[in-house]
Design a protein around this ligand. Structure first.
Ligand SMILES: [Zn+2]
Length: 348
């Protein structure tokens, strides 16, 4: 069968194989045919050779951690033939650490976890794959192809879950949320903020293209200037750019007792002249919290499936700005300036 693969660590090794083996039954009892795979920055970093790890017995890594498939057979009876399903990306470390031991693998402490399409497990950019029931998440059949947004949605559900948990340290009645970055993660974070009834603000460099309208359709106010020039202090900031200046401005801008969730990964290596003492003074005197958030556990995936089912289908569909047939897979990994989410369509 066909599979999109790389040799990890070797730039330019992206290949579509047509003789990749069928998934082994050891991968799981649920056999799935691929419908679509979403592409994100992590895939592009893996293709650039910066990241990625093949399974222990393989030279090549199948890409794809944002999955959508249709069940071909499930002898366990967990799902029915024809059901839409996505595969949970991370598997717990084998030790396991205290968090993986209670299936909170998103909080793994020793880094020995594995991840489909990223670290030690084949990804979902292949025509068929298998899942164990505990890593299979069924989707509302009405969702159709926008179900491919489940993985990025699970990441922002986890971010909001932890914002809520941190908020409960005090009397917590947030009113305003600022999302920095209007890519797929930022817009999905804004969707969840709107589902919570918050007054939502979205900030991004782009002043044209689809982002302002997508934010507006959620009822959010769109800003394209610097964070420090905003005329209000957000109770919650979900930082999705990873841009160092935006990260620092967000930490300085949040309201007293506010929470800043850092969900964007910086590349590092950029030095900024910054008054760290003034920031520390503000964080202490205002009881502010800054924390990082990545990945998601099963609870978050299930809540993400519910959040997508509640969302406007057309709005979700507009996040997918390009659908690329498998035969043209390489173009999916070169996003254009107007792209939000690009998917490889396995049904085309
Ligand atoms: Zn662990």
């Amino acid at each position: 069968m066909r599979a999109v693969t790389v040799t990890p660590g070797v730039p330019g090794s992206l290949r579509l194989l047509d003789d990749y083996p069928e998934p082994a039954t050891e991968e799981g009892a649920i056999l799935v045919e691929a419908v679509a795979v979403g592409v994100c920055g992590t895939d592009i970093e893996i293709i650039d050779g910066q990241y990625g790890e093949a399974p222990p017995d393989a030279d090549r890594l199948v890409l794809g951690h944002e999955s959508l498939g249709r069940v071909l057979e499930d002898p366990t009876g967990t799902l029915q033939t024809g059901d839409l399903v996505a595969g949970i990306v991370r598997h717990p470390d084998p030790l396991p650490c205290p968090n993986c031991a209670v299936d909170e693998w998103d909080m793994c402490r020793n880094g020995l976890f594995t991840e489909h399409g990223i670290k030690g497990l084949p990804g979902f950019a292949r025509e068929r794959w298998r899942l164990q029931p505990r890593f299979a998440v069924g989707l509302d059949p009405e969702l159709g192809e926008v179900g491919v947004l489940l993985e990025p949605t699970s990441v922002v559900v986890k971010a909001w879950d932890h914002i809520d948990r941190i908020g409960r340290r005090a009397e917590w009645q947030p009113r305003t949320a600022l999302i920095t970055g209007a890519g797929p993660i930022g817009l999905l974070a804004a969707l969840l903020a709107s589902q919570r009834g918050l007054s939502v603000h979205v900030l991004d460099l782009a002043s044209d293209g689809p982002k302002p309208a997508l934010a507006g359709a959620l009822g959010a106010t769109y800003h394209s200037g610097p964070v420090e020039e905003l005329d209000f202090e957000p109770d919650v900031i979900v930082e999705c750019t990873g841009a160092p200046v935006v990260v620092l401005e967000a930490m300085c801008k949040v309201a007293p007792t506010g929470i800043v969730c850092l969900a964007g990964v910086s590349s590092g290596g950029r030095i900024i002249d910054f008054d760290a003492g003034a920031l520390n003074r503000t964080l202490v005197l205002e009881n502010n919290v800054v924390f990082g958030s990545v990945n998601a556990n099963r609870r978050h995936w299930e809540a993400a499936a519910e959040a997508l089912a509640r969302a406007d289908r057309d709005w979700l569909g507009a996040l997918i700005t390009r659908r690329v047939p498998l035969s043209e897979y390489a173009s999916a990994y070169s996003p254009g300036p107007q792209d939000i989410k690009v998917v490889i369509d396995f049904s085309a």
